[in-house]
Write a protein that binds this ligand. Structure first.
Ligand code: MG
Length: 416
């Protein structure tokens, strides 16, 4: 029986949670990779709220932020891929016991050295793949926010997790939701996964409308606060496409059994439909800290930082079918699952290049669509044959080159 008064007080002041109810269900320590990014920073908020020791941090470029985090959490290890940034950080942290590791291999070394039972991988992009594999090889629970690990090498990631008996807990709101909904039935009873999408800032736009949008409009997401790369991916629905691939790998279901539905308020984070046509949904205020916390506390639940849902204020929930004619990268992702091999990896690589070019104002949003689609389609016959990880990565690298080339030609053709 819950102590109602205590529950109420807890909701008024979530900070009082530290070291109280549910703390026993959380690991004593945690490692956070990609700690300077949006999800990484939110993972540290969760760690701080529950008084968890942070044993390993890794970040990119923003040395000042990393120094601040290292001084706050005093991890044993801090890994930075860039050698110059690592040297800078070593000087800044000379008066502490923090050991700074450097290079891409420094992050994997840190994973081997840390004693944290859970590693949050919130690294952005393809750079997150090797750390994902290192976490699994080290036999640690993986709280996975780096969706590229699954998009590029989903089969390999899930195979290693199974081999090592390691849990992969998704830190992506939709997959975290599906993971929770799947606990209401058995795998063979699942009929369909309903992956929800906010629709992004350009919901309702047609192709002509999209050709006029600016970078600032693209970066204004209606419901989620996130980094620039994923905000662009949300606006193009590429993010939803990646999430389709991610869901197919994580939950081992065919693409045909996954339906995308626009849920404008981002309150239903996804749903699972069972063979009796019952649908189990997971609802909460949109906040990534919930996903990080659940990945740490699973199978238990603990009180957290986000407020409860207020259905009286919410009033209604809206649903719509996504417009895959306009947002064609979503269909491209679905096709990529069917093609298999290295095709999803080429999709990710071409998109990473095109998003960077868009953020630098070198191409328009509709040109981003063209660059990604043309690159993936051209490489598809060869890249679908890639089976081994080195071949998949080679296909991705080829896509990157080809996309850069297309971007250069578009940029040279004239100013935006
Ligand atoms: Mg998501």
């Amino acid at each position: 029986m819950l102590d109602k008064n205590r529950e109420w007080k807890k909701k008024q002041n979530p900070e009082t949670l530290t070291g109280t109810q549910g703390a026993g269900h959380l690991p004593a320590s945690v490692a956070v990779l990609g700690s300077t990014g949006s999800v990484g920073r939110q993972a540290l908020e969760v760690a701080s709220c529950h008084g968890l020791r942070v044993d390993l941090l890794s970040g990119q470029r923003s040395v000042a932020v990393l120094e601040e985090q290292a001084r706050q959490f005093l991890p044993r290890y801090c890994a930075v891929a860039d050698e110059t940034c690592a040297a800078d950080l070593r000087v800044r942290l000379a008066d502490t016991q923090v050991r700074v590791l450097s290079g891409a291999e420094g992050i994997c070394e840190g994973i081997g050295l840390t004693d944290a039972p859970v590693v949050v991988n919130a690294i952005l992009g393809e750079a997150g793949l090797q750390p994902t594999l290192a976490v699994l090889d080290a036999g640690r629970r993986l709280a996975l926010a780096n969706k590229e690990s699954l998009v590029i090498a989903g089969r390999e990631v899930m195979r290693r997790a199974k081999e090592k008996g390691v849990d992969v807990l998704p830190v992506d709101s939709e997959h975290c939701a599906i993971f929770q909904c799947l606990q209401a039935g058995r795998k063979e009873e699942v009929q369909r996964l309903w992956l929800t999408a906010s629709g992004g800032p350009f919901f309702g736009y047609d192709r002509a409308g999209l050709s006029q949008v600016t970078r600032a409009q693209t970066l204004a997401h209606p419901t989620w606060r996130m980094g620039a790369k994923i905000t662009v991916d949300s606006a193009t629905l590429m993010n939803k496409g990646f999430e389709l691939i991610e869901a197919a790998c994580l939950f081992d279901v065919p693409a045909e059994a996954i339906e995308v539905v626009v849920q404008r308020q981002s309150i239903i984070h996804s749903m699972v439909e069972y063979i009796d046509n019952t649908v189990i949904a997971q609802l909460s205020v949109p906040d990534m800290r919930d996903c990080v916390q659940y990945a740490l506390s699973y199978p238990a639940r603990v009180g957290g930082l986000t407020p409860p849902l207020d259905f009286f204020t919410l009033g209604h929930l809206d649903f719509a079918r996504p417009d895959t004619d306009t947002f064609r990268l979503l269909s491209l992702a679905r096709d990529a699952i069917g093609s298999g091999g290295g095709v999803p990896a080429t999709l990710n690589a071409a998109n990473e290049e095109a998003v960077s070019a868009f953020l630098e104002d070198r191409i328009r949003l509709t040109e981003l669509f063209d660059v990604v689609e043309d690159t993936v389609r051209e490489l598809e016959p060869a890249s679908r044959e890639a089976e081994r990880l080195p071949d998949i990565l080679a296909a991705a690298s080829c896509a990157r080159e080809m996309a850069r080339d297309r971007i250069r030609r578009i940029a040279e053709a004239g100013p935006l």
